[in-house]
Design a protein around this ligand. Structure first.
Ligand code: NPG
Length: 368
């Protein structure tokens, strides 16, 4: 196929409930969609970058610049674009993985729509539904946290991820464990701790957690490895894993026994597949992370999570956990699962009228 033009669409979706982590509070999702047109068809992608560069060095306005000035022009210049060759073509640009992931997603969606194949089928997915969980932000008080968790349990979620940070860890986790004996609980620190906190973090062992996610800084495999040796709970890495190569280094270093895969963080669906395959080979469990995506990114996440190695529930909640109204048909909880889209490509339709009524801003990029 020959890429002809790309529309970048920005729209703000307020979150139904503010989401607080150790790196800040989000009250809305600033969505960046990529709508790509080729000689063959059309496809959608979503960029996972956030407004501020606090989760990773990327930020959404920077990702848009990157797409407009470098990534899209590079792909527009190709005579014959083959989706599997996109990572290689974009390799010359350093980093900016979530911007790369967005355009790759749109071109894969386009390619698969033309072929009439679902993304799940393309990735050799083995499930029609995927088990999902819900991430719960840092609350103002422990009783408020327990109430929020109770609401999600009532909705059908059987696994929750509690955000932790120094000063908000053992006691909130204890309260949730005491109230919900059978609930699957995991915690996520977003790199908020340092090596001297190892002794304190080991106290989390008493709660039978599924995992402790990214306690230390992203480039600190050594402390994660040391912690892994001392703690009974499984250690999972998120921010540290930016490619199949870094996943391999982390596994070799003994820094984790579980890997979180996020399409945006690792630069796309094709790199996500590589990490999945590596982890299956190495006997490491994987699960799919989330970045408060709209229905477009969520469709990609659900399809990815249908692959065989995704053995743990993903941070891919139903649309109503995030938004009053999503820009695609909503993903709904069936028990504690979401259905994997079966339509061609991402298998979703974007509500263009809704985008317009929400004041979407569109930027066109083409070769002329
Ligand atoms: O359900 O999409 C979701 C949110 C899951 O906690 C979640 N994401 O650190 O993993 C994370 C966190 C996050 C949210 C990271 C927003 C970056 C931005």
């Amino acid at each position: 196929m020959k890429l002809e033009r790309v529309e970048i669409i920005r729209v703000k979706l307020p979150l139904v409930r503010p989401f607080r982590t150790s790196f800040g509070e989000q009250t809305l999702r600033d969505v960046l969609l990529v709508n790509a047109y080729s000689t063959d068809g059309q496809g959608w992608g979503e960029c996972a970058a956030q407004v501020d560069p606090y989760y990773s060095e990327e930020f959404i306005d920077g990702a848009q610049q990157m797409l407009e000035r470098w990534l899209i022009p590079l792909l527009l210049a190709q005579r014959n674009l083959v989706p599997e060759e996109i990572p290689e073509l974009l390799y010359r640009v350093k980093g900016h993985r979530s911007a790369k992931a967005a355009i790759e997603m749109a071109l894969l969606d386009m390619h698969l729509r033309v072929k009439g194949q679902s993304l799940s089928r393309y990735l050799d997915g083995v499930r029609d539904t995927v088990e999902v969980g819900v991430a719960v932000g840092i609350a103002d008080s422990i009783s408020e946290l327990v109430d929020v968790v109770a609401d999600y349990v009532a909705d059908g979620y059987t696994r929750v991820k509690l955000k932790i940070e120094p000063g908000w860890d053992v006691e909130p986790v204890r309260a949730v464990r005491d109230r919900f004996g059978g609930l699957q609980i995991q915690v996520d620190a977003n790199a908020a701790y340092r090596a001297e906190d190892i002794g304190h973090l080991k106290k989390l062992d008493e709660f039978g957690l599924l995992m402790i996610e990214q306690p230390f800084e992203e480039d600190d495999l050594a402390t994660h490895a040391l912690f892994s040796q001392q703690v009974l709970t499984a250690v999972c890495l998120d921010e540290s894993i930016v490619s199949a190569r870094s996943a391999e280094a982390a596994i070799d270093a003994g820094a984790c026994s579980i890997v979180n895969i996020k399409v945006g963080r690792v630069g796309g669906l094709l790199e996500s597949r590589k990490i999945h395959d590596l982890c299956v080979l190495r006997g490491v469990d994987v699960w799919c992370g989330g970045m408060l995506e709209s229905g477009v990114g969520r469709a990609a996440n659900v399809s990815l999570a249908s692959m065989s190695g995704f053995t743990l529930p993903g941070d891919i909640s139903a649309s109503n956990r995030y938004f009053v109204q999503d820009i695609t048909e909503p993903f709904e909880l069936v028990g504690s699962c979401l259905k994997v889209p079966t339509g061609a490509g991402l298998g979703i339709a974007v509500d263009q009228d809704l985008l317009t009524s929400l004041g979407a801003v569109r930027t066109h990029v083409s070769s002329h």
